[in-house]
Design a protein around this ligand. Sequence first.
Ligand code: G3H
Ligand code: 13P
Ligand code: ZN
Length: 337
Amino acid sequence: MPLMTTKPMFDLAYAGGFAVGAFNVNNMEITQGIIEACAAEKSPLILQISKGARKYAKMGYLKHIIDAAVEEYPELPIAIHLDHGDTVDLVNTCIRDGFTSVMIDGSHHPYEENVKVSADAVKAAHAAGVVVEAELGMLGGIEEDVVGLSAEEYEKNVEKFLTDPVQSADFAKRTGIDSLAVAIGTSHGAYKFKHEAKLAFNRIEQIMKTCPGLPLVMHGSSSVPQEFIDLVNKYGGQMPNAKGVPEDQIHMAVSKYGVCKVNIDTDLRLAMTAKIREVFATKPSEFDPRNYLGPAREAIIGMVRRKLHVLNSAGKAETIIKHWEKLGKPLPAFYKK
Ligand code: G3H
Ligand code: 13P
Ligand code: ZN
């Protein structure tokens, strides 16, 4: 049952020039689409759940869907991760729910408060064998539970929101985090850049120097492929000027720098929405949900397989499992009951 923390994954990703995709799950079709793509590509994966997903699907349902996926594909290294946890209470709830990894996002707090909340989360999580990601710097985009900035506001002032390399070292030392989400010019959602898409690679380089060996995480890393925007718009959608992070920049970040985890949600939403719109537009009499959710699940499989190649993680499942076995198959306390 290779459910695991992200540690065995990141150990190999950091040195091996690949990153593990962290895909947001909100229902059964999305989860199945992700897992089937990873099985086809023999890739490790992180299934991440936001506070909004917990509320929408109810955690019990999501956990059982994920457990079914883990059971169906015992050859895949899988981590269950809390995305953008906003309180230590939520982190504790997720530890009790069997998550193997949590994110505490204190990036909207003043620095000292971010240190405190992140250190508290680490204390609780490590005691239960769970790993912790925290964030420093500010990403753009509007999130329901963590207040972000609009893409326009962000792009205008981007330099001042980027992660500070010197502060990163202090933050990592004082909190004991296992990975750090960095702000390097990405933002959440489908409208990431008004002008030229550009990541601050020099920042990642500097952070790698001040925090050697610390796995870095990129949020807001959907590429918003134009062909999917075209499909959405062709079949009645309205998403003008949508723009993501070009795939070659993502590939560069994972192959050249210490980026071990790449978060993708928007591209899954786009793939699903484009397909459902197409079915509704071309078959107006269709009303069996299996006949639009099924094709939507296929679209997720296609999108995730494409991502796994951008992240270089295709084919890496087996070596991670071997490494996990060598480490003594570490698992959170939840699974040892
Ligand atoms: O970063 C945020 C993810 O896209 C999750 O979004 O809070 O709407 O589930 P959500
Ligand atoms: P995107 O909106 O670019 O998919 O980012 C998702 C994310 O960062 C989830 O935490
Ligand atoms: Zn995010």
